[in-house]
Write a new protein. Sequence first.
Length: 304
Amino acid sequence: MPSPRNKTLHITPEDAPELAALCAVPEGPLDEAAVENRVLCGDFFDLAPRMAEGLFDLVVADPPYNLTKDFGGEAFKKTDADSYEAFTERWVTEVRRLMKPGASLYVCCDWESSLIVGSVLQRHFTVRNRITWQREKGRGAKRNWKNAMEDIWFCTLGDGYRFHLDAVKVRKKVLAPYRENGEAKDWQETADGRYRLTCPSNFWDDITVPFWSMAENTAHPTQKPEKLYAKLVLASSDENDLILDPFGGSGTAAAVAKKLGRRFTVVEKNRQYCVWALDRLRRAETDKTVQGMKDGVFLPRNEY
Ligand SMILES: C[S@@+](CC[C@H](N)C(=O)[O-])C[C@H]1O[C@@H](n2cnc3c(N)ncnc32)[C@H](O)[C@@H]1O
């Protein structure tokens, strides 16, 4: 019997046929009107060629890593480096065609896939940074170091990209509360203590993986935290922009886009996951909270 505090989403397409019906892919060309604010149940390699060129302002991609992993009954099998490179080259080429000239792309990967993903991205984009996320949770290894980090590559098509620094500042406890003429220097006294808003670095240690007592949690095996995607979306898009997630999983990108006033297109080939995404979107109509974010500021790890 799961704990009453366990909020993990398990809903099936049979439980919610009205949601399952919503993820059907429309007939004909997939122009802006056909894809905006949609979760499309299909294979990205089939749907991308049907989509109009230059549709998206931002792409957040979390492709299967080069690991054997069961995604709802369909396994992605670990393969050799050349085959994973060919897979990456194929989806990156499709994504590039779908991006507007000023658009940005973020790609998630583990350290091993990252060796390949980074070099493919360099062939197509200006690679601006590699964020390291200390996800921490993960299986211990007996003959190796435990895998506790992931990479997120930040790429743009050119120099005309957006980066909203003020929207992604990080709240940090002040250890040395300097004063100037008796006034606090760059920090604020709040009911919770003394804090400073700092520029975010490319090392992110303030985000946990979703766990069972969090409202955003689903049974997806590799779900990303909403707090992580909120940073990407706020830094690299404006309100009403159209965001693509080509490997949508449980719909984290869609839920975050909706909560933050952006439009979205999610492609996911597993129907069960599409239904989870649509259920999260239904809840996001009234609940705009992103756990770990308060009053537009990102809180330290495990602070809500
Ligand atoms: C790493 S997971 C994404 C998890 C997602 N970011 C989330 O927060 O839930 C990758 C997803 O891509 C889906 N997928 C794999 N190949 C696909 C393809 N060719 N087209 C569409 N979806 C695909 C898998 O079913 C899986 O759910």
